[in-house]
Design a protein around this ligand. Structure first.
Ligand code: CA
Length: 367
């Protein structure tokens, strides 16, 4: 077909298309654009945790065609790291990201949605949130604060921590000065340790100067970056205190509810997308970081003895019961958590665990 003929034939259609555009254009232009702020508890540039928030913001912008844009602020850039709960609750900003155990002082029940010593791992937590009553209970727990929570991904099982003396029995925790937050810290305090909450940026110096004897952080990827191998000899596993720590996103209720339904759905979908991405990063990168710690930095990898794990499990049960007794919501959430763990546990034992035992056996990554 000649170009001239084509244009002639296309003429009517093109004119109609222009007319349609002209009719539609005002409706498109009238679509309101939303500009949100997200504040986080994470240091600027922290891999996976902070970079994941930035990834989520980018995704929401793309999925919404720019109708919802989110500017992300790391901890301290707009509000202090532990000020984000209040900032989103009172509507100063629309969205936050942290880990729910930071808010134990606001509502003790929040702790069960992040990490419970000897509780569920990442797979169990995900099943609880998306297949059980976990997310519903979380929403209920945050509702009095005008907040709507969403699971933000898991770190997987964390590491047990960095020590300069061997932990051969539960008695070895007596008098030990260790940086360990949350319920795990309460457990070690019961074991006789002096528990401190050194901020992230000061842990290395404290450990190096002997202000603290031991610390936990996250896992090989993040611990390697912190350089703890220069200040401690022994790297213990497993992270009984944080078996599958879940991170969170939360929205100011009024801000979320003022969005059109499609933008609410985009936000929800982006959170779930990032939830999968987050655990994938930890799973993909922790192994290589651990090998580097052992081979390059000559770290000695040690497993907590069974007797220590048994004693810690017993103390953890006491701590969890004490926390659950703090108010009605904590009691309700703790009971639901335990019931769900008992429901999925036996199945995981004959599926995941049995399979792991067969394919990996007892690992030999000793330093
Ligand atoms: Ca930790």
């Amino acid at each position: 077909m000649e170009r001239r003929d084509f244009l002639k034939k296309a003429g009517i259609g093109a004119a109609a298309a222009v007319a349609a555009t002209a009719v539609k254009a005002p409706a498109v232009l009238a679509q309101k654009k939303y500009k949100w702020k997200m504040v986080t508890t994470w240091p600027s540039g922290l891999p996976v945790l902070q970079t994941g928030c930035e990834r989520l913001a980018k995704l929401v912008g793309e999925l919404s065609g720019g109708r919802l844009t989110i500017d992300v602020y790391a901890g301290g850039e707009l509000v202090p790291p532990l000020g984000i709960f209040d900032a989103v609750s009172n509507g100063t900003v629309e969205m936050g990201s942290g880990a729910s155990y930071y808010w134990a002082g606001k509502t003790p029940a929040a702790q069960w949605f992040a990490a419970v010593p000897f509780g569920m791992n990442a797979q169990g937590m995900s099943a609880w949130f998306h297949g059980g009553d976990g997310l519903k209970l979380w929403e209920e727990t945050y509702a009095p604060f005008n907040l709507i929570p969403r699971p933000g991904g898991s770190t997987g099982v964390q590491m047990g921590g960095w020590f300069n003396k061997k932990i051969n029995s539960i008695e070895d925790f007596k008098g030990l000065k260790m940086r360990i937050p949350g319920l795990g810290g309460k457990v070690l305090a019961k074991a006789g340790a002096t528990v401190v909450l050194t901020p992230g940026g000061e842990i290395f110096t404290s450990l190096e100067r002997g202000v603290i004897d031991a610390t936990e952080w996250v896992g090989p990827l993040h611990d390697n970056r912190m350089g703890f191998y220069q200040a401690a000899k022994y790297y213990y596993y497993p992270g009984w205190h944080e078996p599958g720590t879940y991170l969170e996103y939360f929205f100011n209720k009024k801000a979320y509810e003022s969005l059109p339904k499609d933008l609410q759905a985009i936000l929800d979908a982006a959170c779930m997308d990032n939830e999968i991405w987050c655990l994938a990063q930890f799973d993909a990168q922790n192994g290589a970081a651990l090998v580097e710690l052992i081979t390059k930095h000559k770290v000695q990898l040690l497993e907590f003895p069974d007797s220590v794990m048994d004693a810690l499990r017993k103390l953890s049960k006491e701590v969890v019961a004490e926390e659950a007794a703090k108010d009605a919501q904590s009691k309700k959430v703790a009971a639901a958590f335990e019931a769900f763990q008992n429901q999925v546990g036996p199945w995981f034992t004959i599926s995941e665990k049995a399979y792991y035992d067969k394919i990996f056996g007892k690992y030999s990554l000793k330093g």
